[in-house]
Design a protein around this ligand. Sequence first.
Ligand code: ZN
Length: 309
Amino acid sequence: MLENTGWAYAPAPPENSASVIATWLGVTTLLFDDGETQILIDGFFSRPTLADSLFRRPVVNDAATINYAMHEFRMRRLAAIIPVHSHFDHAMDVGAIANRSSASVIGSETTANIARGAGVPEDQIIVVELDETYQFGEFSVRILRSKHAPIGWRGNPPLPGTIDEPLTVPQPISAWREGASYSIVIEHPQGTTLVQGSAGYVEEGLEGVAADVVMLSVGGLTTLDRDYAEKYWQEIVTTTGARIVYPIHFDDFTRPFGEIVPGPRILGNIEKAAEWFNEFQATWDPDCIILLPEFGKPIALYAQSSSST
Ligand SMILES: [Zn+2]
């Protein structure tokens, strides 16, 4: 099904590339690394199953998979863990990861309560101040207010609301409420990447934000209409002038960590999303290219230009 998108996979980094690397670890979990400092967007390695979701079974963090992922992808220099919002498929493991590193968890009060419930010390938790710039090594991170894809009941986000007390596990997946949704701008002397982890937008919310690369959530997008999707593309990609777009959040998050299979069609159709995105790209951003991230493979964010592929 991914082959029907017409999108090529991101090429391997050029030999001796000194580019900032991003590694996609499924859904919208992304590890950024400039060789000195690492930043993790989201943190979702435990994979509650479809049955866990359907039968509302209480679930816990999967310590073995978290240990494996952090070891396999060498997360030894993690400075920050920043979930795009607080649903389980983004933020479930942020506390467990923070406890295995010295990284700060940065997010809404809801995300802070996920970390607190996991026993993360208060001095390792930062509640987001919008408009603030957070410096980690050479990375400057801005966290802007965005919106979740309106794919819940009557155009609301699914599982809306906040977590107001430290969240201890086990809990059914519905315990992880949205909190607040963000667009995350990761600036580096080499270039800027915008992570849009849910297919929502604030009208003109990214006015004045320039990005070289956009990581663009397609989760749930094709359950909305084409006009909505086009507006979403314009607000996120056209506004920022990005030259490369990597679709994310197209994989079935009930599969085990590392298994990439497109999600069930009722939740979104990657082929239809590809058809739409290819049309929007041709209409609005002819200089932009769309590449698929490959699980666990490094992407040299600023080493490739649109002409090199
Ligand atoms: Zn969500």
